[in-house]
Design a protein around this ligand. Structure first.
Ligand SMILES: [Zn+2]
Length: 486
């Protein structure tokens, strides 16, 4: 007998066990799609697929419940495939091997795919629950959430009919999510002229390292240092006091991470070399004093290095340093409706010197209000444009603005209190959820997102807390049975 039979609720875990056997990386959802359509067919449930590959399976209303509003349950079919370097796993063919330890389920060497496999399994358990007395239920399984949300983007009006939607893709038991941020990228590129290095010069290599970094959405308000900002501040100050020329400036890496490290090479007059090295050492003390305990491992070091052949011209250098000084970074606005929610933020993610004397500056903006997202992107664009950069924006994805008077929020909150005898937390996330994209095409839809506790999602440490799956299930069932009349 499979150990899954010992876990509750039995049908959810049994479907999860089956799903774990099906390879389903983003953009490779053929096998899971086939499995879901086959499941619908075997259970005599209406199912359809849209052009992008999303699936809808419908459970008709129980007799006498036809006049209840239709509720939509939504999960995503794909998962992130991350594994430990030494673990052999073929993502196209191999099943996920699950391991249960004490209160948690994890996977051997790989991501577990509880994000969002547990959402899929719960939908399947509801679709086949013979005892459930409820109105019509529409289950949507989207594709490609993890690598571009193209499934949610392409959900078209008419594919489903419900006006209440429960997203099953959040990861904290006890928290009801009612909003998320939209995001976009703003990228500037500028050209400079390469100037040969003069005689009697020395070169200095500077490193800013040891910063915390972190997610540019979830952690933007924590006050962590931005290595690009710190390096730029040092260079801006040095350039006001001494004759310095930048030969290279390389900071940050991923667009959705707060930059942790930055490196620069500058050329200075031989006579001012030691003064500048001292000045850099002083700057480290100033920063340590400013950042306090939040960045204990911050290190700003400098050393004399080999002379490069070229540096950038002084006019463009001044423009670059000014632009990065005025370019905003961090929290721009807090929500007026919800406590402790960052509404709008921007991340100065990276600066890179590239081929053809080109500098690329990458930034990302997030907001739960679409117009505010565009406003902060315009702020960044203006700074970069004043420096002569060419600026482009990505299309980005829209946010989902919290609605404290939402009907589904009221129902879910009441169910939660009734079942668990305590208040749930009501939050929005300063990061993306498919709900933001769904809202774009279905403006009058009433949405909420909740799920069991998952830790370490998108890493081989991903694990799901077993008892919270049962809590999640009872909450979901209770909410579904209390959906109001049309
Ligand atoms: Zn997910």
């Amino acid at each position: 007998m499979s150990f899954y039979k010992k876990l509750k609720p039995v049908p959810v875990w049994q479907y999860f066990e089956e799903i774990c056997k099906i390879p389903r990386l983003s953009k490779n959802e053929d096998k899971i799609r086939e499995y879901l359509l086959d499941f619908a067919n075997k259970n005599n449930l209406d199912a359809k697929e849209d052009e992008i590959g999303n699936i809808l399976i419908v459970k008709p209303a129980s007799p006498g419940m036809e006049n209840r509003k239709t509720v939509v349950l939504q999960s995503h079919m794909d998962m992130v495939g991350e594994k430990n370097a030494d673990y052999p796993h073929n993502w196209m063919t191999d099943p996920i091997v699950t391991v249960v330890t004490d209160k948690w389920m994890a996977a051997k060497g790989t991501t577990l795919g509880a994000d969002d496999g547990i959402g899929i399994a719960s939908q399947m358990a509801i679709l086949t629950d013979k005892k459930l007395r409820a109105g019509q239920i529409e289950c949507i399984f989207t594709v490609d959430e993890e690598s571009g949300m193209t499934g949610a983007i392409n959900l078209k009006p008419g594919f489903f009919t419900g006006t209440i939607l429960i997203n099953l893709d959040s990861e904290d038991e006890g928290i009801l999510y009612i909003g998320c941020a939209g995001g976009m990228d703003t990228v500037g590129t500028m050209k400079y002229n390469a100037v040969p290095v003069e005689n009697n010069s020395s070169a200095i290599e500077i490193s800013v390292t040891g910063l915390h970094g972190g997610h540019s959405g979830d952690e933007i308000h924590k006050g962590y240092g931005n290595s690009v900002k710190i390096m730029n501040r040092l260079l801006w100050n040095l350039s006001n006091e001494y004759n310095i020329s930048i030969s290279n400036f390389d900071g940050g890496n991923l667009r959705n991470a707060i930059p942790r490290e930055a490196f620069a090479t500058i050329v200075v007059d031989k006579t001012s070399l030691s003064k500048i090295l001292n000045r850099i050492a002083d700057f480290q003390l100033i920063l340590i004093n400013e950042m306090g305990n939040i960045e204990k491992d911050l290190s700003i070091t400098s050393k004399e290095s080999d002379l490069p052949a070229f540096v950038m011209d002084s006019e463009n250098q001044a423009r670059l340093l000014d632009a990065l000084t005025c370019c905003p970074h961090g929290t721009i606005a807090w929500s007026k409706d919800m406590e402790d929610l960052v509404e709008t933020s921007t991340n100065l993610a990276s600066v890179k010197f590239g081929a053809g004397n080109t500098i690329t500056i990458v930034t990302t903006q997030r907001s739960s209000i679409e117009s505010s997202k565009h406003d902060v992107a315009a702020m960044v664009e203006s700074c970069l444009k004043l420096a002569g950069a060419k600026v482009i924006h990505s299309d980005g994805y829209p946010g989902w603005k919290p609605n404290m008077t939402s009907e589904i929020l009221k129902i879910t909150r009441q169910s939660y209190v009734r079942l668990f005898n305590r208040e749930p937390k009501i939050r929005a996330i300063h990061a993306g959820l498919e709900c933001g994209l769904i809202y774009e095409n279905f403006k009058s839809i009433d949405m909420i997102s909740f799920g069991p506790t998952i830790k370490g999602a998108h890493t081989p440490e991903e694990k799901i807390e077993i008892k919270t799956v049962e809590m999640f299930w009872y909450l979901l069932i209770d909410v579904i049975t209390r959906i109001p009349y049309k």
